[in-house]
Design a protein around this ligand. Structure first.
Ligand SMILES: N[C@@H](CCC(=O)N[C@@H](CS)C(=O)NCC(=O)O)C(=O)O
Length: 202
């Protein structure tokens, strides 16, 4: 995997040559793949010890895919636009974006209410939890209070508690993001991120 800090600084042009232009990028011995869903699906298929992370059963897999689609189409764009845009790109905060994020959180909360489980797609952790946890981490990073969405908060905290090793991977990403807080967020020198386009304007 290519580190975010390398991508957005010195080696950015190198990655642009290699790749569809977003992170993460997987480089598996020369096999290059973008889009985090596709990467996780590939890694689970290629290297998974069993099929629990990405079930082979068509219905169980369809449920995982549904959550991945929800994250890609709705949850991540709405959350990232409001949380990462103003904090690391210094985009102006907008009440419309906040409203969209709240709606996405309402949707996710409703899903968890229907399920009433510790995991979003079945009784064990799957790559769908990985993705939704990574998005929810952006809310923690931007210090968004989750009290209106207690089931999201519980599911997120229970993932951290039940899977400390997996959580460490996400936490490392959050710490890395911390280094790119915009000038309004911190006093130190700001590292320019003006060449980045994502999260895309709506
Ligand atoms: N749908 C993509 C979104 C990835 C994404 O938004 N990546 C951001 C960093 S978090 C990026 O690479 N931005 C670079 C740019 O916009 O130039 C995925 O899931 O991999």
């Amino acid at each position: 995997m290519v580190q975010f800090s390398k991508f957005i600084t010195n080696d950015h042009n190198l990655f642009l040559q290699k790749n569809p232009r977003t992170l993460p990028i997987l480089d598996d011995n020369g096999f290059l793949l973008g889009e985090s869903n596709a990467i996780l699906q590939y890694l689970a298929e290629q290297y998974g010890k069993d099929d629990t992370l990405y079930p082979k059963d068509p219905k169980a897999r369809a449920v995982v895919n549904h959550r991945l689609c929800f994250n890609l189409s709705t949850y991540y764009p709405c959350v990232a636009h409001y949380t990462l845009g103003p904090v690391i790109l210094d985009n102006p905060k907008s009440s419309v974006d906040e409203h969209k994020m709240d709606i996405a959180l309402d949707n996710f909360h409703d899903l968890l209410k229907l399920l009433m489980k510790d995991y979003v797609a079945g009784d064990t952790v799957t790559i769908a939890d990985f993705q939704l946890v990574a998005t929810t981490m952006c809310l923690q990073f931007a210090k968004v209070n989750l009290r209106r969405w207690p089931l999201v908060k519980n599911w997120y905290n229970s993932y951290k508690f039940a899977h400390p090793t997996l959580w460490k991977i996400v936490e490392a990403g959050m710490k890395e993001l911390d280094g790119f807080r915009a000038p309004s967020e911190k006093k130190e020198e700001h590292k320019p991120l003006s060449h980045l386009l994502l999260p895309l304007p709506n």
